[in-house]
Unconditional design. Structure first.
Length: 190
């Protein structure tokens, strides 16, 4: 029993020592199509997300992220024209969800600003909202692994509150690059 109490006390002290290197943030902004070549006439939409950062030291951190974004495109596209006029549904909305883990390198800037840049691994799922596969009658989903690129610039207002701008993109191996997002971010440090 004594060993368990000592282990519990050690873990509690360890957590309290390192908890100051952890922050939770929310962000929003704009989002572009995940694949610029596939989504004809793609339009910028809105995005929101949440992140959890663990700071190993002054230079490295690990960020786990969830991002939800939406954008519009024209399924008729350039091919769906008769005498220069489009036919079919003009705009469809695509819903995008991604989970990722990114290793970030931090750089100190002037006036207490910091720049973070990194990459990692992620997984995304997207579907056309309201659209169904005409053969099966079920919604079509597109999913794949991705290599997210992440960039942050932020400044602590005090010991616990951090404001900044978060940006990034998604690189899917071998064929797509897109899903660029940028917007303000608000974080709370523990």
């Amino acid at each position: 029993m004594k060993k368990y109490l000592i282990a519990f006390a050690f873990l509690t002290c360890s957590f309290s020592v390192y908890s100051q290197h952890y922050d939770i943030g929310i962000h929003g902004g704009v989002f572009t199509p995940i694949d610029f070549w596939y989504y004809v006439d793609g339009e910028v939409g809105a995005s929101t997300g949440i992140k959890f950062n663990y700071h190993f030291n002054e230079k490295l951190s690990l960020s786990s992220n969830y991002l939800h974004g939406k954008f519009h495109f024209s399924p008729a596209g350039a091919e769906g024209r008769i005498n220069g006029q489009r036919f079919g549904k003009e705009r469809s909305r695509v819903s995008f969800n991604a989970v990722s883990f990114i290793f970030l390198r931090k750089f100190k800037l002037k006036n207490n600003w910091e720049f973070h840049a990194g990459t990692g691994i992620g997984y995304f799922l997207e579907h056309w909202e309201g659209e169904k596969n005409y053969l099966s009658g079920k919604k079509d989903f597109k999913r794949d692994f991705t290599m997210p690129l992440g960039f942050n610039i932020n400044k602590p207002l005090n010991n616990q509150i951090i404001i900044g701008v978060k940006a990034g993109a998604f690189l899917t191996p071998f064929y797509t690059f897109g899903g660029f997002h940028v917007g303000p971010e608000f974080s709370f440090r523990f």
